[in-house]
Design a protein around this ligand. Structure first.
Ligand code: KPL
Length: 303
């Protein structure tokens, strides 16, 4: 399955690199990374030890493939969609953190382009241009963004599995997206603001904060008709934290490197949806305010 990966950062490079073991892959990447991949291929280290040779470009316009994987940061989804719209793809799969990305893609793409939703728990760090480290084997869960069976999702799942990516195709993607949102709402801001690895949320005092943020997200999910109990959400958050205890969450990596974070699409999304339903989510509100203040202090937020 020919695939273009939009956003070859940490996760995009890892997924693209692993897919390149079996499929024709093009990475849309930053200049230095694209150049290194073109010159010497992509090294996938850590849990894997391989060198693969995907194509690499900085220009995402006018590309064509069976599948486009979107792995850009959530605040870049609209510009990725604009580039995607100039090309031709049989299906588009969002493998991004946060909520609302699929809707942004679907709005801007040719009507009828199937937009699939996915979550990924693989740990990945782009060590240097041309080198991505897998810091933890995880799983990709994908499916139709509105739920239900989908032949397209099954075909993508088979292609991912053939390349050795641990992949499950599900028919209740909205619930999976909310569960992943609740996991990220607990782990990401707490580890980012405290400069710790994911395992920190398993121990007091960070544990109470992470659990509270996760429970609030589950409460908002239920308000929106998604069957996600507090217990299930907290269990999922702690299972991911245990499995990735030594990893640095994407938001903690962003703070460390002074980059804009995905707070708006994670805890900020929980706050906004809660407000629509008249629910109080104080932990998510405070965490969002802290991370936004940090971003504003560094001029990272657009006006
Ligand atoms: O998705 C993640 C992230 O870092 O954004 C988790 C699951 C927390 C893994 O680190």
């Amino acid at each position: 399955m020919d695939t273009v990966v939009f956003g070859a950062g940490s996760l995009g490079s890892l997924v693209g690199g692993l897919l390149a073991r079996e499929h024709d892959v093009t990475l849309v990447a930053r200049e230095d990374h694209a150049r290194a991949v073109r010159e010497s291929g992509l090294r996938v280290c850590g849990e894997f030890d391989e060198r693969v040779v995907p194509n690499a470009t900085t220009d995402g316009r006018n590309l064509a493939a069976d599948l486009a994987v979107v792995a850009v940061k959530s605040f870049d989804t609209a510009s990725a969609a604009a580039a995607l719209a100039t090309g031709s793809f049989d299906a588009v799969l969002s493998l991004q953190n946060g909520m609302g990305n699929e809707a942004v893609l679907a709005e801007r793409l040719e009507p009828g382009t199937p937009v699939l939703a996915g979550t990924a728990t693989y740990g990945a760090v782009l060590r240097e241009p041309g080198v991505v480290e897998c810091t933890g084997r995880g799983e990709i869960v994908l499916g139709d963004r509105d739920g239900g069976a989908s032949d397209r999702a099954n075909a993508v799942g088979e292609a991912f599995t053939a390349a050795g990516l641990e992949t499950a195709v599900v028919d209740d993607m909205p619930r999976w997206l909310w569960e992943k949102l609740a996991v990220n709402a607990g782990i990401n801001p707490v580890t980012a603001l405290t400069g710790t690895t994911n395992g920190a949320v398993l121990e007091p005092p960070a544990r109470d904060l992470a659990r509270a943020a996760t429970r609030e997200a589950a409460r908002v999910a239920r308000e929106r008709g998604v069957a996600l109990s507090n217990r299930e959400a907290v269990d999922a958050m702690e299972t991911v934290a245990e499995a990735t205890a030594a990893n640095t969450s994407s938001m903690a990596q962003d703070l460390r490197q002074e980059r804009r974070t995905e707070i708006d699409a994670i805890n900020g999304y929980v706050v906004d949806r809660a407000a629509e339903s008249g629910l109080e989510v104080p932990t998510n509100r405070h965490l969002t305010a802290l991370v936004r203040t940090w971003e504003e202090g560094r001029g990272l937020r657009e006006e």
